[in-house]
Design a protein around this ligand. Structure first.
Ligand SMILES: CC(C)(COP(=O)(O)OP(=O)(O)OC[C@H]1O[C@@H](n2cnc3c(N)ncnc32)[C@H](O)[C@@H]1OP(=O)(O)O)[C@@H](O)C(=O)NCCC(=O)NCCS
Length: 171
């Protein structure tokens, strides 16, 4: 891949780019949220959730956002871990973008978050692309969480993945 992939915080001026993937049913199929149909609702989400979030980054191709990746650190006795989430514009699928973005994100959160020992990712058993991304980065598949959550009206099985150290990141 020739295009340069970088991560950076979002700004409100990214709303038009964000709308590209947030309004795409192909993208939101496996997401907990539904496609956005209105830019103002998305702007409200960016203002209230994305900007104040502890770690929420734009995945940029040559400086332009094409997706998002977030890490939510847990608190209290769970503060050794946190959960990764990510989404990519369908135009960019299948080019290795998310594999690279997850590697960058995992390196960053281990560097930036004191006391972090475990990055988790929970993936729908049917989400073949996402399962593959995590395996390619070097996440360990720990097991299937049966009937774990209700996704858009259907109870689904999820796979729990974990990653403990950048020493085990795959090339
Ligand atoms: C899942 C997703 C993040 C994958 O991103 P991507 O940049 O296309 O993934 P990569 O190009 O890095 O692909 C990694 C591997 O997965 C494979 N892959 C990607 N999408 C696939 C799919 N739908 N089915 C099967 N394999 C797939 C790629 O071919 C590649 O394998 P290879 O190196 O052996 O060829 C992207 O499709 C997406 O954003 N989907 C919608 C949102 C989503 O599901 N988020 C995750 C919720 S847990």
């Amino acid at each position: 891949m020739e295009e340069k992939i970088t991560l950076r915080p979002f700004t409100i001026s990214d709303a038009d780019d964000y709308m590209v993937w947030a309004s795409d049913d192909k993208v939101t199929h496996f997401c907990s949220w539904n496609s956005y149909t209105d830019k103002n609702t998305l702007i409200d989400y960016i203002e209230k959730t994305v900007l104040p979030h502890p770690w929420f980054r734009a995945i940029c191709l040559n400086g332009r956002p094409v997706g998002a990746i977030s890490f939510m650190p847990a608190t209290g006795n769970d503060s050794c871990r946190g959960e990764l989430g990510y989404v990519l514009s369908s135009e960019q699928w299948g080019k290795g973008v998310m594999t690279k973005a997850v590697k960058l994100a995992v390196k960053s959160v281990f560097e930036e978050m004191k006391g972090l020992e475990r990055v988790e990712a929970l993936v729908d058993v049917e989400n073949k692309g996402s399962l593959k991304v995590l395996e390619k980065v070097g996440f360990l598949k720990e097991g299937v969480l049966r009937k774990y959550l209700v996704h858009k009206g259907t109870t689904i099985d999820m796979i729990m993945f974990s990653f403990l150290s950048t020493d085990t990141m795959l090339e």
